[in-house]
Design a protein around this ligand. Sequence first.
Ligand code: FES
Ligand SMILES: [Fe+2]
Length: 437
Amino acid sequence: MDGPDTTGPLHRYDELVTDVRVHRSMYTDPAIFTAEMNRVFGGTWTYLAHESEIPQPNDFVRKNLGLRPIIVTRAKDGSIHGLINRCTHRGATVCRTDSGNARSFMCPYHNWTFTNTGKLTGVPMHKGYGASFDRDELGLGRLRIDSYRGFVFGTLDQEIDDLATHLGDVTSYIDQWLDRWPGAELVVRHGQTRLNCKGNWKLVYDNSADGYHPGFSHASLLRMRKDRYGVGVDMQWALGDTDAGLQTVTDLHNGNTFLDQRAEIDSYWDSAAPMPGQDSFEQAIRAQLDEVSAKAALDVVVGSGMNLNIFPNLLIIGNQIQVIEPLAVDDTDIVWYSTSLHAPDLPPEVNSLRVRLQEDFPAFGEPDDLANFEECQRGLGVEEMEWVVTNRHIDTGTETLDANGNVTGPVTDELPIRAFWRRWKKLMTSETKLVAR
Ligand code: FES
Ligand SMILES: [Fe+2]
């Protein structure tokens, strides 16, 4: 393969990022990382938090938008706000705890105080400022905020379509994911599993709809489960010829993608890996519901068979939410949030089992992925080997249009990676001005 032209400016993305290959520097160049933290995160609708993390008036959580520190707040009137956690005096963060309940935030440096909607209300020894001092101009920076069924997104692009329009067909998959138990409320408030890898954040997204790797990367886990629990338990489908299976990947536009395992899952509960102590919970659920409802309740204990990847940082996997938090060009946190479902007709034992099962993959499967991300980062450091190849199934004639007109292919198709890079390139070359209101 020819190398890129090295005489011009670095950001020749049309040459360095194509449908068939991507230049290694996209994963290793600190200048590109800095640019994408500014242009990609916040240049589109970026996931921040779930509304159930801040259920009460004046609740807040600390999050990030790329590298920008953010506070997501619920004001007294219930409205949700995204504030840039950066004092307008001399730049210090004003909120230094991860979550809590507060009507205002007082900057520890000189004690300027801001309401939880961002307004500057307190300036110690204010007589030191003259007539030109305008408190109204010195509120915290504000993101544009929008949410879809509890998922809160923020952006600094004041022109972008509203969230639901931007998400398009993604919304119907969020609906399917949430409505597995009709009427249930999703709660994201059960702690987190924070994993770290010394790899670029995009390696995580590349892997998020990669149906090619599980049978190989996770072979030891899958074989152990087969030996211990029998054929059919957990993701054993991945050990076979996955090209010949019924699972698919789909491009949902704007970098959003979907991996659908559902066509090969007959019974979610029966194919789940057994959990220690599950019998008493199962019996309690069966005792409270008729047979059909008990089966449905046990099915929502288990992963949804859906991997929905919402560009650039939200991965809905099974029953969990995974958020990609980039720290540096070769350093990424991957945060798994477990979820529970609450409805009057759903026994609470369902959530005891759900939370237990949601400890499973981050502990037993994700280490395989993290090892690969870190080893990719090592390999991508080799300057003389310049490209990664992203063309699987690009010319095998297996891609079709689904009922919604979206391009879909076999689960090992790398079309999700190509979809990601198209959106990434658009944002990195966009001239839209990003502003905090
Ligand atoms: S930096 Fe916040 S009050 Fe001075
Ligand atoms: Fe994996």
